[in-house]
Design a protein around this ligand. Structure first.
Ligand SMILES: Nc1ncnc2c1ncn2[C@@H]1O[C@H](COP(=O)(O)OP(=O)(O)OP(=O)(O)O)[C@@H](O)[C@H]1O
Ligand SMILES: [Mg+2]
Length: 259
């Protein structure tokens, strides 16, 4: 039987944008407008949609970085704001990798300090240097890199560091928001292969946000197409990309010409 890890129920998040010279008038931006999704263990989910369709807002709500206006996020059946040990259990099990790894890496800490603190906070036992080194190697870096600072890496290496750090906490879910879009094609392929390996060998379930349908079809089992904060289409990657029902999905597929 399929196990639901995470459930989103009727999530809404609207913003007010002030316009005009005197900022007198305002419009309502429906960043996320009534989204319900089940995340099933072992089935990675791709979220696609044009710029501004609400993908990052949704990712931040799932990661508990921002609160929805209304709706529920249930982790193994329990609303996350009611989780007794939210900062331990949930934070450990739902990790986020952003497009710009600078956002998630503290420039003042060596990679080892940053990773070690995470292990300690989340009570992961063992020799921290040994563990951190193993995760760096898992993403194709070296143990010696542990003593470097974030600015001493290339963009692709930094992205791998942020993936290693997320992995070291042994999360059930990794939310990756455009994890490869700032990287050049050969590095993209390396990182996608690493993610795929983790999915297959370590059983990590991914929520992958990407504007690139090829990336989603490589890594994901299911896909959601978003437009203006709503879900336009949902189904298996195979179904949605090969026989889309929605006009907007068809346009997206055409626009990404020959994914
Ligand atoms: N903090 C905020 N305040 C006001 N408006 C916001 C805020 N965050 C997001 N928005 C608006 O909400 C909408 C959805 O933004 P979001 O970042 O979720 O889009 P996205 O799908 O991730 O786009 P992209 O593909 O460009 O990253 C946009 O219109 C954006 O301008
Ligand atoms: Mg975004």
């Amino acid at each position: 039987m399929s196990e639901i890890i995470l459930q989103l129920k009727k999530i809404y998040k609207h913003y007010r944008a002030f316009e005009g010279i005197f900022k007198g008038s305002s419009t309502n931006i429906k960043a996320v407008d009534g989204i319900s999704i089940d995340i099933i263990k072992g089935r990675s989910l791709g979220i696609v949609g044009e710029s501004g369709s609400g993908k990052t807002t949704l990712a931040k709500i799932i990661a508990d970085i921002i609160k929805p206006d209304s709706g529920e996020v249930l982790f193994h059946g329990e609303e996350i704001s009611n989780l007794k040990d939210k900062y331990g259990h949930y934070r450990k099990n739902v990790q986020v990798v952003f497009q710009d790894p600078y956002l998630s890496l503290n420039p003042k800490l060596t990679i080892f300090s940053a990773m070690k603190d995470g292990l300690k906070v989340h009570g992961i036992e063992g020799d921290p240097r040994e563990i951190c080194g193993e995760y760096l190697e898992m993403v194709g870096l070296e143990k010696e890199h542990l003593d470097r600072y974030p600015h001493e890496f290339s963009g692709g290496q930094r992205q791998r560091v942020s993936i290693a750090r997320a992995l070291s906490l042994q999360p059930e879910i990794i939310i990756a928001d455009e994890p490869v879009s700032s990287l050049d094609v050969s590095v993209q392929a390396q990182i996608l292969n690493i993610l795929k390996k983790l999915k297959l060998e370590n059983g990590v379930t991914f929520i992958l946000i990407s504007h690139d349908l090829a990336v989603v079809s490589f890594l994901c089992d299911d896909i959601i197409v978003m437009q203006d904060g709503t879900m336009m289409e949902y189904g298996t990657v195979d179904k949605v990309l090969n026989s889309p029902e929605n006009e907007y999905t068809k346009e997206l597929i055409e626009a990404s010409n020959g994914w």
